[in-house]
Design a protein. Structure first.
Length: 509
């Protein structure tokens, strides 16, 4: 089944005499001689291709093993994966919630009487800071016409007054910029809406400790600027100014307060969204869907890789279909090449010892029983028939029931107990060692220099190919030199024969 080929090698351009005297087809004869001589080179290139196929397939399997380990098995090692919670609120307009892994399943009550708010104030009327033009733009008017700068004092977060300078001739934009220049120190943000013609001040955090306090502004001109020009609430000049408020609520009838509307109680992260005279219930339960889907994703991915490994280990090898050389491919159609190489590549990892160790170790981990917890079969995950090569099957009803009624047991099977490693940890360790073993054999695309077993073998074959090509080049030159010499001898003999014939002819006259 091996198509005839002649491997390539460098041919020097020599001065050759091709059959002028002998009438021999020298090129054809040399080609036939070289075809026989190049058979060892064909074998070397076929060996190299075989190793390259093994390397590619092992690296591909290793990539899948790494994905299984990093993306899925690692999650199954973590207890938090099996402690996922789902939360339902009877009235999302009052409170919504999510649950951390430490939240206890159950129903909780919450009543919200007051939401946390930031300190805020605004102009009580239009302040004449901007005039709208016919084209829709605004012209900003001067607010400080006193002829002097105005000094405002706003209480800072550290309890000291922060100076805000309103320059003479300032517009509302200048006022906003001056206030916001101190936001980091005061926590107060200013904005102006030209359509409403009002200035808005708001604290950048909520709670009773948020405030807008200009009580340090004692100059009458400055006070007048705040209350008459900007038309802000005069309370901002009082001690303490205008303050925000804390959230007030009860959780399971326990009164609580919070400076924000995001609170965490008993492992439940609650967002207060509104107030109500009625009680809202929050129900925390095991997120069966999320846990089930995580396990199912593991089983699906595990099945893909275990099936692929089993297929490669048991794949038939077709010895009558060796790898094609480049010359052989040139003489074939693409479709024929594809069909040939499907046969030629088949069985490249059949009974591979490294892959077999990984395969059986993975299956052994999956079938193990965890002391004090049980096995995968006890929660509805079983192994198929022997001829399926270790494929797993899920009894969805049984697994979902186990997650819902005894999530701790499910978690222990995967993560382990005080006396036994869980299946996920065992499998994680197996994948680590297996990935390392395959890398040592086939290398990795991320390595700058491939020192693997197969990588070294390919380099050795490359060296032998280079030596063989040099040998064939020299051999071809020698063949042509020999045929050239033969042509010269025959030519000389022909010349001598012609001379003798001429002499005999002369003597006969």
């Amino acid at each position: 089944m091996d198509p005839i080929s002649m491997n390539s090698y460098n041919v020097s351009n020599l001065l050759r005499i091709s059959g002028l005297a002998t009438g021999l087809d020298t090129d054809s004869m040399v080609q036939q001689l070289m075809k026989a001589a190049s058979i060892p080179l064909d074998k070397l290139e076929q060996q190299k291709q075989w190793y390259q196929w093994q390397q590619e397939d092992l690296r591909d399997i290793n990539t899948q093993l790494m994905s299984l380990r990093n993306d899925i098995v690692f999650k199954l090692k973590l207890q938090g994966t099996f402690m996922a919670k789902t939360v339902a609120s009877s009235n999302p307009s009052v409170a919504t919630a999510t649950a951390g892994v430490n939240a206890v399943n159950g129903t909780y009550t919450i009543s919200v009487t007051q939401l946390a708010q930031a300190a805020t104030t605004a102009s009580t009327d239009k302040i004449g800071a901007a005039t709208k033009n016919s084209d829709g733009t605004y012209t900003y008017n001067t607010l400080n016409n006193t002829g002097n700068d105005i000094y405002l004092y706003l209480k800072g977060l550290d309890g000291t007054n922060k100076q805000i300078v309103i320059k003479n001739g300032a517009t509302i934009n200048d006022v906003v910029a001056a206030i916001n220049a101190q936001t980091n120190a005061t926590g107060v943000i200013a904005t102006y809406d030209p359509g409403l013609d009002r200035l808005f001040l708001v604290s950048n955090f909520t709670g009773a400790n948020s405030k807008i306090d200009f009580s340090g502004t004692t100059d009458s001109t400055a006070q007048n600027f705040l209350t008459s020009i900007l038309k802000l609430d005069p309370n901002i000049l009082n001690a303490g100014g205008i303050t925000g408020q804390d959230a007030e609520f009860t959780f399971n009838n326990v009164p609580m307060t919070s400076s924000t509307n995001n609170v965490t109680v008993a492992g439940i992260n609650i967002t207060l969204t509104g107030t109500s005279n009625s009680t809202t219930t929050i129900t925390v339960s095991t997120d069966v869907d999320k846990i089930y889907n995580t396990i199912k994703s593991f089983v699906d991915t595990y099945n893909d890789i275990i099936t692929k490994i089993n297929t490669k280990l048991t794949e038939k090898r077709y010895y009558d279909y060796p790898p094609l050389t480049s010359e052989q491919k040139q003489a074939m159609k693409d479709s024929d090449i594809t069909l040939w190489e499907q046969k030629a590549r088949s069985g490249d990892l059949a009974n591979d010892e490294t892959l077999m160790r990984v395969y059986y170790s993975m299956r052994n981990d999956i079938s193990s029983t965890i002391s004090g917890a049980g096995s995968l079969s006890s929660i509805g995950i079983t192994t198929g028939q022997w001829y399926e090569g270790g494929k797993l099957y899920i009894d969805e009803t049984k697994l979902r029931d186990a997650i819902a009624t005894n999530p701790q047991l499910v978690m222990n099977i995967f993560t382990g107990t005080s006396t036994s490693q869980g299946i996920a940890q065992q499998l994680y360790d197996t994948l680590n060692s297996g990935i390392d073993a395959i890398t040592q054999k086939a290398g990795s695309t991320t390595q700058l220099y491939d020192t693997s077993f197969i990588g070294n073998r390919i380099r050795e074959i490359d060296d032998r190919i280079a030596q063989m090509q040099d040998y064939l080049n020299n051999l071809e030159q020698r063949y042509y030199a020999q045929f050239t010499q033969l042509e010269m001898y025959v030519s000389q003999m022909n010349s001598q024969s012609a001379w003798l014939s001429q002499q005999i002819g002369v003597m006969g006259k």
